[in-house]
Ligand binder design. Structure first.
Ligand code: ADE
Ligand code: ZN
Length: 325
């Protein structure tokens, strides 16, 4: 459609994208074969049939085992490069990319292998595609705070390659306060901070409040904030961006949450649209713009506003940001 080509053509930043969530079934088979690893699936169709998630937990149960095909620095490079090629087609000019080092170091893959492979793809994307990209290290919140802290210390030699830190994985009973010391240390080391406050998770509003009390620079998802006018006032006042992911929402909660997203947008909150785990949820970033527009009846100028928000909420330097505005 006309709106779809407009959405693709809009220069945009992607701010909520898990690199491990870009592992397409075809690549899963390629890497499994290259590394001589067995897969619990016999073909691509069988993998796609397993992508029948009803909530965050059922998604994560498929997501973590799948990434065990990632073994070498070349594998991490190839994964990120494939994403960046697709991102180019989706109009992405800047990307801030989550990665989950503990999901790899926990199965014996060195931190240096993960970050080195990803970094090589990022340098290549700048040179060959004209896309700038940064890495955000996410701590797995269902593991201990001590494990997160040791991962942060492992990352320090690579801090020039990592713009910030985040918090993801299973939110239930894993509030931001659990990681207070880790995030304090990360901030003291110069990392920017964002945290997932996933859609409709138990304790969602409390988690958003804790994240804001800590002083996060951004919130991932965070859509439940509509329930609390005081918290909405806080993000408005501080100019905090929310990285919403409509297609992902429809898997995790069976709704895109378009009314909530649009209501926040109309209130002036820095709402951005992103793809989260596109290989699993079936929509890259421009597809998310279109899905939301179709569901909520948004216009081309609404989509342009969302794209502008993506630069405002990005962690680009003011000089580089203003080049896109
Ligand atoms: N890890 C990858 N995608 C995630 C999501 N949407 N929420 C929490 N953890 C994740
Ligand atoms: Zn996410």
């Amino acid at each position: 459609t006309e709106l779809a080509s407009f959405a693709r053509g809009l220069p945009k930043a992607e701010l909520h994208l898990h690199l491990e969530g870009t592992l397409e079934p075809e690549m899963m088979f390629t890497l499994a074969q290259r590394n001589g690893l067995p897969l619990p699936y016999s073909d691509v169709a069988e993998v796609k049939a397993a992508y029948d998630f009803t909530d965050l937990t059922s998604f994560l149960a498929v997501y973590y085992p799948a990434m065990s095909v990632l073994q070498t620095a070349d594998d991490f490079h190839d994964l990120a490069w494939a994403y960046l090629l697709r991102a180019k087609e989706q109009g992405v000019v800047h990307a801030e990319l989550f990665f989950d080092p503990q999901a790899h170091t926990g199965r014996g893959v060195p931190f240096a292998t993960v970050v080195g492979g990803y970094r090589r793809a990022i340098v290549r994307a700048q040179a060959e595609l004209g896309i700038s990209a940064e890495l955000i290290l996410c701590f797995l919140r269902d593991l201990s705070a001590e494990h997160a802290m040791s991962t942060l210390l492992e990352a320090l030699p690579y801090r020039h390659w990592i713009v910030g830190v985040g918090l993801d994985s299973d939110e239930r009973d894993n509030p931001p306060t659990k990681f207070a010391a880790v995030f304090e240390r990360a901030r003291a080391e110069g990392f920017l901070v964002t945290m997932h406050c996933d859609i409709d998770q138990p304790g969602s509003i409390d988690h958003i409040r804790q994240a804001l009390e800590f002083g996060v620079d951004r919130i991932d998802h965070g859509t439940n904030i509509v329930e609390d006018p005081e918290l909405v006032a806080t993000v408005l006042e501080r100019g905090i961006g929310l990285t919403c992911c409509p297609v992902s929402n429809s898997f995790v909660t069976e709704q895109m949450k378009s009314d909530e997203i649009v209501s926040l947008l109309r209130s002036g909150v820095r709402v951005t649209i992103n793809s989260d785990d596109p290989a699993y949820f079936g929509g890259y970033v421009a597809d998310n713009y279109v899905a939301l527009a179709e569901q909520a009846g948004l216009s081309a100028s609404d989509l342009a506003e969302l794209a502008r928000n993506s630069f405002h909420a990005s962690w680009l330097t003011p000089a580089r940001r203003s080049a896109y505005l």
